[in-house]
Design a protein around this ligand. Sequence first.
Ligand SMILES: *Cc1c(COP(=O)(O)O)cnc(C)c1O
Length: 496
Amino acid sequence: MLNREREPLIFERSVPGKVGMDLPPLDVPEARDTRPEHLRRGPFQALPSVSEVEVIRHFTRLSHDNYGVDDGIYPLGSCTMKHNPRLNERVASLPSFAESHPLSDPLDVQGNLAALFTLQEWLKEITGLAAVTLQPSAGASGELTGVMLIRAHHVALGASRRVILIPDSGHGTNPATAAMAGYEVVELPSAPDGTISFEDVVDHAGRTHPGLLSLVQDLGSEIAGAMITNPNTLGVFEHRIQEIADLLHGTGALLYMDGANMNALVGVARPGDFGVDVMHLNLHKTFSTPHGGGGPGAGPVACTAQLAPFLPRPLVTREGERYHLDWDRPQSIGKVHGFFGNFGIALRALTYCLSHGGDGLRAATLRAIVNANYLRKRLEGTYHLPIPSPTLHEVVFNDANLLPAGIHTLDVAKGLIDRGFHPPTIYFPLIIPGALMIEPTESESKAELDAFVAAMEDIAREAKNDPEALHQAPVRASLRRMDETTAARKPVLRWI
Ligand SMILES: *Cc1c(COP(=O)(O)O)cnc(C)c1O
């Protein structure tokens, strides 16, 4: 690009005859520029002159500051950051998919509809539920869709129920969803083993928190439903889920399952078989798909036949050899996303399913569980395990062992950055003070897990021998430790 002073571009009015042709004048009255002076464009600013190689080096260096699943283990608990097969990307970028127009006549895009329909069928089989919509664009969007189905169900019965029960270990999106759908949230306390407490719980301050049995008894027909994550955010399977479902159903309430942790269940257990009425899946977690940095996702919702009439429209249906968009759904809650949702994400998930097959998906689940339990076993002597119950695909430690040395969870996370690893999820779930929530997924080899363990052990040693050094971490990253409190309290927002 040449670095030269440029004049503002000016388009002259056409002058008849100037190019030797007898063109009629363009009869436009002189425009009167009424824009205030200070809003008008000034002189053109020349762009800096850089060569292609300089641009490439600039962005390549920036990319080296990044850390992704392609660099190593990315153990963010609850986020399920797994390997994203390149095959998925190839399929999603095939021109016949990528360039098809969302407004095409369904008859012209039968292949697209076949792909969506097939994914719906796979998700029905995986969840054990009767119907699926692929529209919602994320887990939270699926939650809202699902809770709106619950509301539509009660409204259709003429009942007005005001309460949704949510465990205190729930993800923040759960209470936010229930509130957005117009419900009052009532918290379900956790028992010492990390699962939902049926009995009342007395906390350290001597306050009593009614358990599930008291709440169902006291609130009865006020309860619209419960939103439960299974396995929960501690990685513990709610082993009394069927009883919970029966209790809720006994009062006419429904059970919503937050399916973000389905990486622990796919091919092993089906929520529809243990009493769940409606749930979402995070395609961008359980079914691969890159989602670091807020990339696009999808949160399909699966539900029972009883709730199916309320699903968003259109649904993709099949009659004989033909696929259709079924708009004729008078009880539908309406659309929750344009067109079919995030089509490219659905294609990646379908490719993931078809390339693994049912046995492969089950094997991935079992390996994810083995990997998490390997880390748990290797680290349990070094880091404190606040909930000793058996866990599935993730494990939560905390900093209780390290506090006497003045070391907190945040120091451990920063220490991992210096040792070349992405930190796990920290300070969530909220019921575990100083939580370190580790989810390795099935993608990691034993060698990678051992390297992660070695780094965690090294940090624990440094916490004892030289805590001050750990307070300084990270010292090997391009940015040092942020003053997070000041950044949150006094954000300095400016263009650079
Ligand atoms: C990730 C997650 C969600 C929300 O999903 P998004 O796709 O981020 O909206 C909800 N619940 C749990 C347990 C999660 O891990």
